[in-house]
Design a protein around this ligand. Structure first.
Ligand code: GRG
Length: 296
């Protein structure tokens, strides 16, 4: 199957699953509207596909991973909602529509973001079929992987560096620290989660950790390249913001072509890791290729 078709099909499966399960009759109606606005019907849902594709390499059925993948997408959506707030990257558009705080107000931007984070974890843990399937030991490992990726040494720490290094002459190492912490760890995490469900061994887990970080770095590098090469209408968010906000990026240091070359080298390194494993990770390899060739 064509990889774009696979990713799009997963996004539809995910949206249906979220639609069915994100119903809390006792929660405030506006909060639920905002929460659903933040995660359903938008975004590539690439982290979900990474989780499902890795699971499939271990023979795990897609349907059995939908709550795990859905929870991951909710947590990712939380980070976008907060990233768009005026105190952070201050963006009025996301996924081709108003960002959540623009559509629902600033307080709801904070609170619906909070809700997506908390409910993302509950989405995983409240699927009793999934919890029975994986068992407590694997479940704890999965939670640990996700929390590590979001930690002060992961996404939240990376976001702080991203803000602190705005307007500075940050070097390549500092920029790569931002990329790894802010973005790559939460691209790596869904891969590891899918593998843990599948009963990954130590050696393969180590390979997937290295692959996941490289693919995640490629993801953020491509994001920065798209910011300077694509118009807002294609991106679904405001283009050219990195230059405007004087963000520390590889593009700022090496220009578009130099940055493209670095990304392609990292992709080749990632691909080489998968090629020397004993398992077929063809979907995962193709998603990584999609990451560096995508248009939005
Ligand atoms: C983790 C506690 C905690 C706080 C989060 C706001 C924040 C602190 C971090 C922001 C992290 C962030 C937004 C990183 C950028 C990652 C990135 C390139 C996102 C774009 O992802 P896509 O392209 O988006 O997958 P779609 O819309 O397709 O889902």
């Amino acid at each position: 199957m064509d990889i774009i078709q696979y990713i799009n099909e997963n996004a539809i499966l995910l949206d249906n699953h979220l639609e069915q399960r994100l119903i809390f009759p006792e929660a405030p109606t506006r909060l639920m509207e905002a929460l659903r606005y933040g995660v359903i019907g938008g975004g590539k849902k690439i982290r979900a596909s990474l989780c499902l594709a890795t699971g499939e390499a271990y023979g795990i059925k897609r349907e059995d991973l939908l709550s795990l993948a859905g929870g991951i997408e909710m947590i990712h959506s939380f980070s976008l909602v907060h990233d768009d707030l005026p105190e952070m990257d201050n963006d009025d558009y996301r996924r081709g529509k108003y960002s959540l705080h623009k559509a629902f107000g600033g307080a709801m931007g904070i609170l619906a973001g909070d809700a997506l984070l908390v409910e993302g974890f509950r989405f995983i843990l409240s699927d009793s079929h999934f919890c029975r399937l994986v068992g407590n030991t694997k479940l704890l490992k999965i939670l640990n992987v996700l929390l590590d990726a979001l930690s002060v040494e992961g996404m939240v720490g990376g976001q702080v560096l991203d803000i602190d290094l705005e307007g500075t002459e940050a070097d390549e190492e500092q920029v790569m620290d931002i990329y790894r912490m802010k973005t790559a760890r939460f691209i790596q995490a869904p891969i590891l989660c899918g593998a843990i469900v599948g009963g990954v061994n130590k050696k393969e887990l180590n390979d997937l950790e290295r692959f996941g970080l490289l693919a995640g770095e490629c993801f953020q590098i491509k994001d920065d390249l798209l910011d300077v090469t694509q118009p807002s209408e294609i991106l679904g968010k405001t283009a050219g913001k990195d230059v405007q906000q004087e963000k520390a990026t590889l593009v700022k240091i090496y220009g578009i072509h130099g940055t493209q070359e670095i990304m392609e080298n990292l992709f080749r390194e990632a691909e080489a890791i998968l090629n020397q494993t004993n398992r077929s990770f063809s979907l995962l390899r193709e998603i990584a290729h999609f990451i560096i060739t995508r248009h939005h």
